[in-house]
Design a protein. Structure first.
Length: 327
């Protein structure tokens, strides 16, 4: 008999310690539930750290950098403006991806995509910084009953305040959550976690980094089709699957999985989701037979997906879903 176990874990869960762990996967998004505005944190101590006066971020001031090169291809598919710290050390390796927001009340819900940025201390090494961004209200910090400290992120006519959580243990550094407002009036929730393996392990270092935040500006909308993926690892060598799904709207006709060289690995047609699937809340799912190694490579960004719509193959932008299955 097949038994599915949902995977929802990895080092990112340290950022939101009260999130439910479903199983074990490389990374996990922050839960998506409404929060109070970060400009007036609810459940914070009365003390506040006042920074020196800093100008409000320019929506187009983020200069060319490795961070911008990693993030810019994703900026056109997310429903919020992306911000980057200009003081980020240029020698640190950076990886960016999209992950679905989750719900604390419905573990099968497929939320809006969140931008996830991981900064490593050395290539292939441990994390130095995690940075998450999403539409306002996307990213609550669930580390209750830990008390947050109110901090002033930016002074001026439009003061920006946030919530700062102290380091927990020898590995996880401080966590800062606040909201940036672009010149167009849109609001982006930003959550950062520093780690002891890198240069952002103190509250002061994290605040200095955040005070250098600049917007990428209005991104050119991407023509990529947003698809959410999950993996299924079987006891049978021929039973491994990668499933991709569209959350709503008209379903494409088919999907295909390709390696970095453009070789087609597998393909499948889109069908209504089955009640036992991870992506059961989707509008349509295409489940492709793969090798076990490929269920790991897709999470590392080594594989890409195309979907066929109206007879033409177009690029798909992958979003990691909140579950995977193991037989």
């Amino acid at each position: 008999m097949t038994r599915n176990s949902l995977v929802h874990g990895g080092v990112m869960l340290l950022l939101v310690g009260a999130l439910a762990i479903w199983a074990t996967r490389p990374a996990s998004p922050i839960a998506t539930t409404p929060i109070a505005s970060a400009s007036a944190p609810a459940s914070v101590s009365s003390g506040a750290l006042s920074p020196p006066a800093v100008a409000s971020p320019s929506p187009s001031a983020a200069p060319a950098s490795a961070a911008r090169a990693a993030v810019e291809p994703l900026a056109g598919v997310v429903p919020f403006e992306v911000f980057l710290p200009t003081a980020l050390r240029p020698d640190l390796p950076i990886a960016a991806s999209l992950r679905a927001g989750t719900s604390l009340t419905d573990r099968y819900a497929i939320g809006d995509p969140l931008l996830s940025i991981e900064v490593s201390a050395i290539p292939g090494g441990k994390p130095a910084l995690y940075l998450y961004e999403g539409a306002e209200g996307c990213c609550p910090d669930l580390r209750s009953p830990v008390t947050a400290k109110a901090v002033v992120v930016r002074t001026g006519p439009a003061e920006v305040r946030g919530e700062l959580f102290a380091a927990r243990g020898a590995v996880e550094g401080p966590v800062l959550r606040y909201v940036e407002t672009s010149s167009s009036g849109s609001r982006t929730t930003i959550v950062l976690t520093g780690w002891s393996f890198g240069p952002y392990a103190t509250e002061e270092a994290l605040l200095d980094l955040v005070r250098s935040m600049q917007g990428l500006g209005r991104a050119t909308p991407s023509d990529a089709v947003l698809v959410y993926y999950s993996t299924f690892v079987s006891h049978s060598p021929t039973g491994h699957r990668i499933s991709v799904a569209v959350r709503s709207g008209a379903a494409p006709e088919a999907a295909r999985l390709l390696d970095a060289g453009g070789r087609v690995i597998s393909s499948a047609t889109f069908e209504p989701p089955k009640s036992y699937e991870c992506l059961r809340a989707a509008a349509a799912v295409a489940s492709m037979q793969v090798q076990e190694q490929e269920t790991k490579e897709i999470a590392r960004g080594s594989l890409r997906v195309e979907v066929r719509a109206s007879g033409a193959w177009v690029r798909a932008q992958l979003v990691a879903s909140n579950c995977a299955s193991i037989e």
